[in-house]
Ligand binder design. Structure first.
Ligand SMILES: *Cc1c(COP(=O)(O)O)cnc(C)c1O
Length: 467
């Protein structure tokens, strides 16, 4: 609607905050950057942060905290057990997410580790709406196998479907029929779906999954890492939700699940922290015994009291409609700019990141020449912008055959930290991408020179192929 008004009559969204403290950025020359990326083995994860100009590697733990959160840090109750900050966190998780039991963990994967160990037996199958790297690995290490049951559109970067994070109910039913419900300890629902480009799942679809799960006696564990962003998309796109506050939508989403794993480093505006939450008493009791082995006492779970306080306060800020509108609005601003310039990105634009489609950006490269890995390296060389690969390198190898998995999506993720960069930073980012796009045909592929055993994308090393 805004689009039809003359420009001076529009009301743009603006950030619902002002800036009180800044961090100075360093500029580097192209020569310095070339040296740095060679030292890093063409892996942007291995760059030193001080050599980066605009850091869009991840939105994980990179957000700016508010003065309210920082003042909460000073109120850290660092008692070994029974910290007041734990009870504040528990109260806010109960109030906004609705789960009665909460166990803090050092970050999201800590929660994934616990729930996988508690619920998965050797030979089990865990369906989900597309894999996530750490989630799947913990399921595999616990003896399970992951099965992707996301809708087909999710694999198509050009499909305009509004809810590309939805579960394909037929695929889910077929899987249950094939392996039997007793082999399926739970279904993982990601909201939003990171690996599909930050795409949301609809409330209607979550309800359908709930019905299938209930009929078959299967639990649902929500990956609530970016559920607030997902709730915003439901408000914007799903019938019946336009006038509901994001906080209410979040609560309703959680009500359709039995528990959740959470990385507070995303939605919740903190630099470290996460939690596992659930309704079942017996899962809670199991988690209580495991958390002391792997994370710490159940009232701190690997976190300092001050970290729990920052997360407790972060929840309240993160569910505000004006916050989430500006957060997603900034991502869309960058995405629309790239779209206008004809640069291939995943559509619709996701909640936390804009994803470049490396297959269309570098069509002359084969997938085993690691096009997205190279594109991320080139973005750094061109303008000091750090992004990350989300394609064949991230997908890793098949557990049984040892062959490389070939995901249909070969993407470079430009992830926007919350409340950190200005619109001008995003303008520069778009300009760097555009100049790279103009010389894309000169970009060669990569070969891998070092491959770690687990989650290889973090530490793998590469060198350019001789043309
Ligand atoms: C980041 C992330 C995780 C893991 O959380 P960490 O805090 O990095 O351990 C799990 N699921 C999704 C969707 C994520 O984005």
């Amino acid at each position: 609607m805004n689009q039809e008004l003359p420009v001076r009559h529009r009301r743009s969204w603006a950030e619902p905050y002002k800036i009180k403290m800044v961090e100075l950025l360093k500029n580097t020359t192209q020569e310095e950057r070339l040296r740095a990326i060679e030292m890093a083995g063409y892996n942007t994860f291995l760059l030193r942060s001080e050599d980066v100009y605009i850091d869009l590697l991840t939105d994980s733990g990179t957000s700016a905290m508010s003065d309210v959160q920082w003042s909460g840090m000073m109120l850290g109750d660092e008692a070994y057990s029974g910290s007041a900050n734990f009870y504040h966190l528990e109260e806010n998780v109960r109030k906004y997410y609705g789960y009665p039991h909460v166990i803090p963990t050092h970050q999201g994967r800590g929660a994934e580790h616990l729930i996988s160990k508690i619920l998965i037996k050797t030979g089990d199958v865990v369906p989900g709406n597309m894999y996530f790297t750490t989630t799947r690995l913990h399921q595999e290490l616990a003896g399970g196998t992951f099965e992707d049951v996301i809708v087909e559109e999710a694999h198509d970067p050009m499909s305009q479907a509004p809810f590309k994070g939805n579960v394909d109910i037929q695929k889910l039913e077929n899987l249950i029929a094939r392996v039997g419900a007793s082999k399926i300890p739970y279904i993982t629902i990601g909201a939003t779906v990171n690996m599909a480009g930050g795409q949301p799942i609809s409330m209607a679809n979550m309800r359908e999954v709930r019905n299938v799960a209930q009929r078959n006696g299967i639990r649902i564990i929500l990956d609530a890492t970016r559920a607030i962003e997902n709730a915003f998309f439901i408000q914007q796109r799903e019938e019946g939700y336009a006038n509901k506050p994001v906080a209410d939508i979040l609560f309703e989403m959680c009500s359709l699940s039995d528990g959740a794993t959470m990385s507070g480093k995303k939605d919740l505006l903190v630099n470290i922290g996460g939690f596992l939450a659930m309704r079942d008493e017996w899962i809670y009791n199991e988690a209580l015994s495991l958390v002391v082995v792997y994370e710490g006492m159940h009232t701190y779970g690997g976190l300092a009291g001050r970290d729990m306080e920052a997360m407790a306060r972060g929840i309240i800020e993160a569910v505000q409609d004006n916050h989430i509108r500006a957060r997603v609005g900034q991502v869309e601003y960058l995405g629309h700019k790239l779209q206008e310039w004809g640069i291939p990105i995943v559509e619709p634009i996701g909640g936390h990141a804009v994803y470049l489609d490396a297959k269309r950006f570098l069509p002359h490269l084969k997938q085993n020449e690691y096009p997205a890995q190279m594109l991320a390296a080139q973005l750094y060389i061109e303008g000091g912008i750090r992004s990350m690969e989300r394609g064949i390198v991230s997908a890793g190898r098949d557990q049984l055959t040892g062959e490389e998995r070939h995901p249909r999506l070969e993407l470079v993720r430009l992830t926007i930290p919350r409340r950190v960069y200005t619109q001008a930073h995003l303008d520069v980012t778009a300009e760097v991408i555009a100049s790279l796009y103009d010389r894309r045909s000169e970009i060669p592929g990569l070969e891998m020179t070092y491959e770690p055993r687990y989650l290889r994308f973090f530490q793998a090393r590469f060198k350019p192929k001789a043309n």
